[in-house]
Design a protein around this ligand. Structure first.
Ligand code: HEM
Length: 184
């Protein structure tokens, strides 16, 4: 099995982890809706634990992905896109991978600084290594809000690019990220 991306194609690991991240993120947003509308504090806590677990998975998977992305070749683009678009789309993709490492750290740091335990299902938890400190929490929250806004803008651009390639340019960019073998 091809373990790393090369100039011709994404590895199956890249393709699988890309969608693991996309669906984990979607599940985290879905759980937030459930938390906001939960009938009891107990179910709110249970959804929160599940959300923390997904955040931890996102962090671990994205740490590997970010390392793999910057240490291997990015496959050549499908078709003949404008080089500026290629540079922008690749920079956005790398920034998205990095954001998925930094944003979960910011959530954990904010909870530690607020004196909250980051609980996981099954009675597990993530250790709090930072001091309880209101000003630290405030700084981390401001950084998180800036980072999260930039991330959402980048994600919107990324999805717009995928939709444009698929429906407007009618090329195999999206199908390649869904595992289709594309000859370049
Ligand atoms: C509906 C959601 C998404 C769609 C349709 C989508 C689509 C795509 C496509 C088509 C590519 C291949 C681009 C190319 O050929 O160069 C790609 C690559 C990439 N995408 Fe997404 N994407 C989505 C969500 C995400 C999310 C949530 C992240 C990260 C937070 C992400 C990060 C990346 C990265 C880093 C790459 C480069 C390849 C890699 O290292 O995995 N994408 N995406």
């Amino acid at each position: 099995m091809q373990l790393r991306d090369n100039g011709l194609r994404f590895s199956p690991i890249t393709v699988a982890l890309h969608w693991v991240v996309a669906f984990s993120l979607l599940a985290i947003f879905g759980l937030q809706l459930l938390i906001d509308n939960a009938a009891s504090a107990a179910s709110q806590l249970e959804f929160g634990r599940l959300q923390n677990l997904l955040g931890l998975i996102l962090f671990l998977v994205s740490s590997y992905r970010f390392w793999a992305r910057i240490t291997s070749y990015h496959p050549l683009p499908v078709g003949t896109p404008n080089p500026i678009e290629v540079i922008i789309s690749r920079s956005v993709a790398v920034s998205l991978a990095l954001a998925m490492v930094l944003l979960p750290i910011a959530v954990w740091a904010s909870r530690c600084a607020a004196g909250q335990v980051v609980e996981l299902p099954g009675g597990w938890w993530i250790p709090s290594l930072l001091p309880v400190n209101e000003s630290l929490r405030h700084v981390v929250d401001v950084l998180f809000n800036i980072g999260a806004s930039a991330f959402l803008a980048g994600l919107a651009l990324h999805i717009f690019g995928a939709v444009k390639n698929h429906f407007l340019l009618k090329n195999n960019t999206l199908k390649r990220m869904l595992g289709k073998h594309v000859e370049l």
